[in-house]
Design a protein around this ligand. Structure first.
Ligand SMILES: *Cc1c(COP(=O)(O)O)cnc(C)c1O
Length: 439
């Protein structure tokens, strides 16, 4: 294993490479690009022998990325604290060739708890005593904001501003975005998720704003969100390899592609991962790109799987940085698009066939599996990535399965809190006014 410092470079190549903690603090690279590993550590299954549990697997996986960095001595502690809930991989078929990786056992019942909690732990430990307060900007299509708010709520010296598209997240999601107080504020932006994301990017590139307020991001553009998500791919693929002697293939409900990149990075490092399928909703920029070879970002459209309503995924830059040639990209991943009608049908079938209650996002992955050629289904060990608990989407799921969805206790506690948010226009001037008022 290489113990020299590993540096992260900008996907646009116009900014100096940085070690992990500096890249986390920057969020977006100064040239507008996203940080990606400048070189790849190589690990084999043997490097994980004896590692039990997510936090321990995470320590072995992330140590080479943190080598030589200020975070290195604190990495295991951050992981122990952040990854304190399980990510079980539940077999569905009688022959066990299909499984569901449940990433929804954290405080806000979606996979984003993993990255948000890791980032909160890292930021807290990286802050110098007596430093200026840090403001974390986060654009959310539904689950990010809730996870980040929960992870940072009550942390001293850190403020959080959550931007979500007004009226375009589910009622229950909106409750999770707006049930905070103290150091967390929620902005209902009159626009789409893409507008929210654009505003965050503009804020970071605004030198005047940055002079007055210390900004950082907690979106999946932040390396500190993305990198720790590799851990559950490592842990589940290693468990499948140990048990069955085969690599795992993942079908990932995708929007901004942060979760998918985490899987591809785990495979790049050497984890036993075979095929990776990106399941998109009707926002089909990525499936169309793989098919046509032409990148055409689009405005996002509203679907049942609203956390995936992204027309211009920012992590596409990381995908292209990893596979610069179209042929290489096509060999590395495939992508499908799933309509709302198909999502509904898959939620019904999942309950009827397997007794599973899937959220609309998870149902896109189940639909993608259903569409695989029979021979390919039989040739791999497929893992559907369950990105959220169905209890976050009762309005959609309950009528389809004809019963109430149990709400996990952590969510029930959030739902009991009073809500508040401020409505703003989708303009940098409006965001600036809010930020300047806060600092
Ligand atoms: C955010 C989210 C997704 C999409 O993940 P990306 O990393 O943006 O591709 C899918 N499902 C749920 C439930 C989410 O919250």
């Amino acid at each position: 294993m290489n113990t020299a410092a590993l540096l992260f470079r900008s996907s646009r190549g116009g900014a100096p490479p940085l070690p992990l903690s500096a890249a986390l603090a920057q969020g977006l690279a100064p040239d507008g690009g996203l940080y990606v590993p400048g070189s790849w550590p190589r690990l084999t299954a043997a490097d994980f022998s004896g590692a039990a549990g997510l936090a321990e697997v995470g320590g072995r996986l992330l140590a080479p990325f943190a080598a030589g960095d200020a975070l290195a001595p604190r990495l295991q502690q951050i992981l122990n604290e952040a990854f304190n809930f399980p990510a079980p991989c539940v077999a569905l078929d009688t022959d066990g060739r299909l499984a569901v990786l449940e990433l929804f056992h954290g405080p806000t019942a979606a996979f984003k708890d993993f990255g948000a909690r890791f980032l909160a732990g890292a930021f807290t430990r990286l802050r110098a005593p007596g430093a200026r307060p840090l403001t974390i900007l986060v654009a959310t299509s539904g689950d990010t904001g809730g996870a980040v708010a929960a992870a940072f709520h009550g942390r001293p010296g850190i403020n959080v501003v959550v931007l979500f598209p007004k009226g375009l997240v589910s009622r229950t999601q909106e409750r999770q975005l707006t049930c905070w107080d103290g150091n967390v504020r929620s902005l209902a932006v009159r626009g789409t998720f893409d507008d929210c994301q654009r505003l965050v990017k503009e804020a970071f590139l605004d030198t005047q704003l940055r002079a007055g307020t210390e900004l950082s991001s907690a979106n999946s553009i932040n390396l500190g969100r993305l990198l720790p998500q590799s851990v559950y791919y490592a842990a589940s693929s290693l468990a499948i390899l140990r048990e069955h002697g085969e690599p795992a293939s993942f079908i990932i409900p995708s929007g901004n592609l942060g979760n998918a990149l985490a899987c591809l990075w785990a495979r790049q490092v050497g984890l036993p991962i075979a095929d990776v399928v990106l399941a998109h909703n009707a926002n089909r920029s990525v499936p169309d790109y793989l098919q046509s070879g032409e990148w055409q970002p689009r405005a996002s459209i509203a679907t049942l799987a609203s956390a995936m309503d992204v027309g211009n995924p920012s992590n596409l830059e990381r995908l292209r940085a990893l596979y610069p040639q179209l042929a290489g990209l096509r060999a590395a991943v495939s992508a499908v698009t799933v309509s709302d009608a198909q999502i509904r049908e898959r939620i019904r079938q999942g309950y009827a066939q397997y007794g599973q209650i899937w959220c609309p996002h998870t149902a896109t992955a189940a639909e993608a599996w259903q569409r695989l050629p029979q021979a390919l289904r039989a040739a791999r060990r497929w893992v559907l990535v369950a990105t959220a608990h169905a209890g976050k989407f009762p309005e959609i799921v309950e009528p389809l399965i004809g019963r109430a969805v149990p709400v996990p206790p952590s969510l029930a506690a959030l739902f009991a809190r009073p809500t508040h948010s401020v409505e703003v226009d989708a303009s940098l001037a409006s965001l600036r006014a809010v930020l300047e008022e806060q600092s």
